[in-house]
Design a protein around this ligand. Structure first.
Ligand code: GLC
Ligand code: CA
Length: 538
């Protein structure tokens, strides 16, 4: 068993804009993170991933970068970044940053040059065509934008302000590698690599199967992508002791070793997407437990011997899990903690998304003006044009919007959740008066206290890190349970992910200590609604 630091780490994702505002302009910033490092240390965090803070016109909140090597003024300065890195390291925490190289902003100097003329040497750094094909963008609408000046169209699989880089161009790739190495030489500890499964497009850019859906088959994990990833790895990541997490929509367990395997892998781990949509948007039924078990177990088995999993249930692109996967009213505390236990003790590196550790919930948006996300605004426009009523569109967005996870972090019951002394860039969830860090900090019966215990427990025994995963009570439609086994040591993780009291027969286990539980009273023969327990097994 080879010990590796990022396998033993607990990671925390910061959506900078919404984390903590240090200067009252309503926008979270780098000095704001520095002020909260002790909070993260106390929580038990080892690795911090910070979402993009680079120069950007903010069409997609920083995922549209106009200068990879500069900090956007509203987030602070490069000195602030250096200080953040130093302060994190002082506390023995690692810092990884977002690497967005599928596309840049249309305001990046590379694109400005590229669009300046058909003959410009950088023309080929982006993807230009005389005629568009039928591709639709992931954020809605055609994936091609006409450029009047040079009379061609450019490709953008995300928003119109995010032209795709052309990875076929060698000079472009080399500039990206130089930029990556510049950051690595600064001493950062790795990257979360944005949208990386999209960098390769099918040669010849053929029409997609559908003209209403994005052409996934032509721009997601397309054959040949590993030529680029190999080179990226060789010229950058492989020369440093870092942690890399690829955001890899469309990658399945079939070809996972090419992504994270010992011999062929280019990333420490990836974020896979298969478990994200396992809930019904039209009902409050919660997560599809049998399907969730099937998918996550498949990933656990695939990466048992070779490779490594990134474990997560929330991020800045999906609504809050306690709301979508559970019942955030009657069983709010039980849900927030049981969902935590369910994924946290699997084999892999767990990521906690800001606010998840206090049980933050979805917001209620009442008009389109409440939303910030470009994806939502595109959707609103598109659906309105098709005659859908404003209320119906808002109802849909209230279920699906990425802004649910982007509302300001709830630090206290002070105005605007103590996030800012000014006006926050996105409305604070009114429930901050009851759900906030300060009120949970010194109370042992809170989601926050539970998360701290969970983190300490994971670190207390390497069975939780290196032990083998086995699903148990496999056929139960409500219980997600598994054991982790390392040599002679075994733990049993039990979660009831439903509101049904579920009888359970534990007689086959010689149970040792009850290591963690989210109900004060434990009946060994029944799991109460959203009950979670972790036992040592003798
Ligand atoms: C990733 C990011 C998302 C962003 C998109 C385009 O999916 O997580 O927030 O909008 O890439 O960069
Ligand atoms: Ca600020």
């Amino acid at each position: 068993m080879e010990r590796i630091w990022w396998k033993e780490a607990v990671a925390y994702q910061i959506y900078l804009r919404s984390f903590y505002d240090s200067n009252g302009d309503g926008i979270g910033d780098l000095p704001g993170i520095i002020e909260k490092l002790d909070y993260l240390k106390d929580l038990g965090i080892d690795v911090i991933w910070v979402c993009p803070f680079y120069k950007s016109p903010n069409a997609d909140n920083g995922y549209d970068i106009s200068d990879y090597q500069a900090v956007l003024e509203e987030f602070g300065t490069m000195d602030d970044f250096d200080r953040l890195l130093e302060e994190a390291h002082k506390r023995d925490m690692k810092l990884i940053i977002d690497l967005v190289v599928n596309h840049t902003s249309d305001e990046h100097p590379w694109f400005i040059e590229s669009r300046s003329s058909k003959n410009h040497p950088k023309r080929d750094w982006y993807i230009w065509a005389d005629q568009p094909n039928n591709w639709q963008s992931i954020f809605g609408g055609p994936a091609w934008q006409y450029d009047k000046h040079s009379d061609q169209y450019y490709l953008h699989i995300f928003s119109v302000k995010q032209p795709d880089l052309n990875w076929e161009n060698k000079d472009m790739r080399q500039s990206i590698y130089d930029m990556i190495n510049w950051w690595l030489d600064k001493g950062i500890d790795g990257f979360r690599v944005d949208a990386i499964s999209h960098i390769k497009k099918t040669k010849g850019l053929p029409n997609g199967q559908s003209s209403t859906e994005p052409p996934w088959e032509h721009m997601m994990n397309v054959d040949g992508i590993h030529n680029y990833l190999d080179e990226l790895y060789d010229k950058t990541f492989s020369n440093y002791d870092i942690m890399t997490v690829g955001e890899a929509n469309g990658v399945s367990t079939d070809d996972i070793y090419k992504w994270v395997g010992k011999d062929e892998g280019k990333f420490s781990m990836i974020f896979q997407f298969e478990h994200l949509d396992l809930w019904d948007r039209n009902s409050n039924a919660g997560v599809d437990v049998p399907k969730l078990k099937e998918v996550l177990t498949k990933w656990q088995h695939a990466l048992d011997e070779d490779g490594w999993n990134a474990l997560f249930i929330e991020n800045h692109d999906i609504p809050r899990a306690t709301t979508t996967w559970g019942n955030d009213e009657e069983y709010w505390y039980e849900c927030a903690t049981a969902l935590g236990v369910m994924y946290f003790f699997m084999k892999g590196t767990p990521f906690i998304y800001q606010g998840q550790e206090i049980g933050m919930k979805n917001a209620e948006f009442s008009s389109i003006n409440d939303f910030n996300d470009i994806k939502d605004h595109n959707f609103y426009k598109q659906q309105s044009e098709q005659g859908e009523s404003a209320q119906a569109i808002i109802d849909t967005l209230n279920v699906t919007s990425r802004d649910h996870s982007r509302t300001p972090m709830q630090w206290s019951a002070e105005p605007n959740a103590g996030f800012t002394t000014g006006t926050p860039w996105l409305k604070t969830n009114p429930n901050y008066k009851t759900i906030n860090v300060e009120s949970q900090l010194n109370d042992p019966n809170t989601v926050l206290a539970f998360y701290k215990d969970m983190i300490q427990l994971k670190k207390s025994d390497e069975t939780f890190t290196y032990g083998k995963y086995d699903l148990v009570f496999e056929s139960s439609p409500t219980v997600f349970a598994y054991t982790r086994t390392l040599n002679k040591d075994q733990v049993l993780v039990l979660t009831n992910l439903s509101e049904d009291r579920t009888p359970i027969d534990l007689s086959q286990y010689e149970l040792g200590h009850l290591l963690l539980n989210n109900y004060s009273e434990v009946d060994e023969t029944v799991l109460k609604p959203y009950e979670a327990r972790v036992y040592q097994v003798k």
